[in-house]
Ligand binder design. Sequence first.
Ligand code: ATP
Ligand code: MG
Length: 295
Amino acid sequence: MSASDQAKTLRDLQQLASNRREEKRAANKPPRVIAVTSGKGGVGKSNVVANLAVEMSRRGRRVLVLDADLGLANVDILLGLAPVGHLGDVVSGNRDIDDIILHGPQDVDVLPAASGMSEITTLSEAQKGRLLVALDRLKSRYDTLLVDTGAGISSNVIFFAGGAHEVVVVVNPEPTALADAYAVIKVLRQRKDIQRFQLLVNSVRQSSAAQVVHERLERVAGRFLDVDIQLLGHVYYDQAVQKAVMGQEPVVLRFPSAPASRCLAQLAQRLDMMEAPDEQEGRFWEQLAEDGVSP
Ligand SMILES: Nc1ncnc2c1ncn2[C@@H]1O[C@H](COP(=O)(O)OP(=O)(O)OP(=O)(O)O)[C@@H](O)[C@H]1O
Ligand SMILES: [Mg+2]
């Protein structure tokens, strides 16, 4: 196939994806929930979320970011936003969810977390219920909900990743990150019966490193956990990311042609073109019923 044929096929596919989005919007489908998680902390989740949000919004999605790292807020900082309230206020019933929504760059909306509130790092059932009821009211306004779950295997991580249509597991090439990713996949498989995961390998020096990490994880997780781990892609180690963090601006906006930015744009495109399996439609919202809470 010639390069121009390939470009045309890609355009046609993008048009198909866009048509499908319009159909979903018209049918009032709930937003697609994409949870970004990791076992190990500091591997780049919040940066991935902030930048994917901007890129997906640029691609025509109506994006809401939920900072579910509830006691250690980060996403608002990375997007240069100043919160007036946080999810802690919503789960405690002190504020309306509409009052805390921040409007970020590229029309990305953000539900910020609290900073330093240890009491909400583990949500009670009642708090989870209140949050889901509040989120339910927002769902017609967005078609994509991107969730930064925070690191580890806490009950909050399991709760937020448990209902997602896509679970993106972020690792870096270090063996500790791989071991912790295995742990989080294992817990999500056993506790929430999640079988499909998207692996994002961050901070690689060369793209082949992502394949190596993917093969390693697949070898053990595929064998012992019966899960399907797809390689979503990689993001290069790039000092532009650190510079952008210092300037509190997503790297894809601050340095759009930096190697990391190009990778992030490509990952957003891949996620954008991926459709949620039908049986997973609305699973996040069904947690309302599962948790015994009526809206
Ligand atoms: N691709 C990259 N290249 C270079 N540095 C990076 C890259 N991705 C992330 N970083 C650096 O790693 C730091 C941590 O990233 P980030 O805060 O997104 O991680 P995290 O997984 O959300 O951490 P936590 O688990 O604490 O929430 C960033 O501030 C940035 O300096
Ligand atoms: Mg983070």
